[in-house]
Design a protein around this ligand. Structure first.
Ligand SMILES: Nc1nc2c(ncn2[C@@H]2O[C@H](COP(=O)(O)OP(=O)(O)OP(=O)(O)O)[C@@H](O)[C@H]2O)c(=O)[nH]1
Ligand SMILES: [Mg+2]
Length: 458
């Protein structure tokens, strides 16, 4: 373990609350806390003990506290660590932190405690990144998948794959060095099987990645339709509040409006848009253009049609914009007598085979069906919170893709009958790229960039 300085930060939120925690880590942590604490002696206290006392600095009484002591290496950072539980007043926390820094600690950078846990070898990079993902998890799914990775599932998987690759490249090296004792005949075929197995494993991880993104970050959903079909009413019904203005005047919504809705564990980031029609009104025109602009990035389009009125050319026009998108057609106003049915819709609109759900944004009819259809469309109805390893981290996904590319080159070389030393380079590249995922030989700049995204005090 490298010798480092002593760092300190407020680890809890900076708002009035029951308690606030000042965390100190490093060689001087215990000495600094001991110097400020009256009523307890930390110097010879055993690890993992809690001490009651008063913090006094420059003669001034600052707060009544509990101090948790964790000695190296049984702490989050593996260094001597002290956590001072003071009253959760921002002023008290600030004062305690100032006193700690005046006694010799340095203010920690965001994520520096976790960075130390990583640099000191207690956790790998995937576990470190999952700490941040866990703190920022917006959905139950995101929380569970980041906890999985925090508990080492990714590290284990990557280490197993790397072991195979290392073993094979070591054999090639040995055989090239000492051809008398190591035989390479038949080796390329064996290697081929191993490389395909590793590629399959990587494919499986990458397949879960897209669902992982949708479940942890939310499905980008756009509500589209001509004016007055009930788009804003739909948003309000999903939100359970009168968020968007609803009137019977066509062209009520002028600007896009984004909200987040949780439907049975699925997070939707929904955008309500202006009704699409040809208009000369300059404000409405901008609104319509903004609605168009939302289409490319959308994971899901809720195309709303007014079922109580005959279809019109605008409905056709909108449907023509939605080729290649994931679309759910909603026949709204099912409480009124129907002019449009699923059958007429399929006949008249050029989008075929799409799921169609009848709803009433006025009464709430059909909304259960709407929820199950969204779950079916994206997750085939089974969103399982099982033990599956899900990668949502972009950096990790990118490294997995690069690993696959290197392995494809190995396969090409084997198939082209190239000599072993030729493709052992690609094999080692794949091994190194997998190493980057867990943080082995990762450049200092990248490490700094990763940890800079963390919160203060973590
Ligand atoms: N009967 C009935 N009326 C509805 C329903 N949904 C919406 N409406 C009515 O239809 C009218 C238009 O609703 P909005 O939600 O403002 O429609 P919109 O699509 O957002 O309209 P623009 O913003 O103008 O594009 C309002 O009078 C709503 O009360 C429904 O399911 N049933
Ligand atoms: Mg509207």
């Amino acid at each position: 373990m490298m010798e480092r300085d002593t760092i300190a930060a407020i680890a809890t939120g900076f708002i009035p609350s029951g308690i606030g925690i000042i965390r100190i880590s490093g060689p001087q942590a215990i000495e600094i806390a001991d110097g400020l604490l009256e009523g307890a002696d930390l110097s010879n206290a055993p690890s993992h003990t809690i001490h009651y006392g008063m913090i006094r600095s420059n003669g001034e009484l600052i707060d009544e506290v509990l101090v948790a002591l964790m000695r190296s290496s049984r702490s989050y950072t593996t260094e001597d660590t002290v956590e001072i539980d003071c009253h959760g007043s921002p002023l008290a926390m600030q004062k305690v932190l100032e006193a700690v820094c005046q006694s010799g600690a340095r203010l920690a950078e965001p994520g520096e405690f976790t960075k130390r846990a990583f640099l000191n070898g207690r956790i790998d990079l995937t576990e470190a990144e999952s700490v941040m993902d866990l703190i920022q998890a917006k959905t139950e799914y995101a929380r569970k998948s980041s906890l999985q990775i925090l508990r080492g599932s990714m590290k284990e998987k990557i280490s197993t794959l790397r072991k195979t690759l290392l073993n094979r490249s070591a054999y090639i090296e040995a055989a090239l060095d000492d051809p008398e004792h190591y035989d390479l005949s038949g080796f390329p075929e064996l290697l081929r099987t191993d490389v395909l197995t590793v590629q399959d494993e990587i494919d499986r991880i990458l397949e879960t990645a897209e669902n992982g993104r949708l479940l942890s970050e939310g499905i980008r959903t756009v509500i589209l339709g001509k004016p007055n079909v009930g788009k804003s009413s739909l948003l309000n019904r999903l939100l359970g509040e009168e968020r968007a203005i609803v009137t019977d005047i066509a062209g009520t919504t002028r600007d896009t409006l984004e909200e987040q809705v949780m439907l049975d564990g699925i997070l939707l980031k929904i955008i309500d848009t202006a009704g699409i029609q040809n208009t000369e009104d300059p404000v409405e025109k901008i609104g319509v253009e903004k609605a168009f602009d939302c289409i490319p990035d959308a994971d899901l389009v809720l195309f709303v049609v007014d079922a109580s009125r005959p279809l019109s050319p605008e409905d056709q026009q909108i449907s023509s914009l939605l080729k290649d998108k994931t679309v759910l057609i909603l026949l709204n106003k099912s409480d009124l007598s129907a002019e449009v049915t699923k059958e007429t819709l399929e006949k008249e609109i050029s989008l075929t085979g799409l799921p169609i759900v009848s709803i009433s944004s006025k009464t709430g009819d059909g909304f259960d069906q709407l929820k199950t259809t969204i779950s079916d469309v994206f997750f085939h109805g089974n969103i399982s919170f099982n033990d599956e390893l899900v990668v949502t981290n972009v950096r990790q996904k990118e490294s997995l893709r690069k690993t696959k590319e290197s392995l494809s080159r190995v396969l090409e070389s084997i198939d082209a009958g190239m000599p072993e030393d030729f493709y052992s380079v690609d094999l080692i590249d794949a091994y190194a790229e997998l190493g980057r995922i867990i943080g082995e030989k990762v450049e200092e700049d990248l490490i700094n960039e990763i940890f800079a995204e963390f919160c203060m005090g973590k």
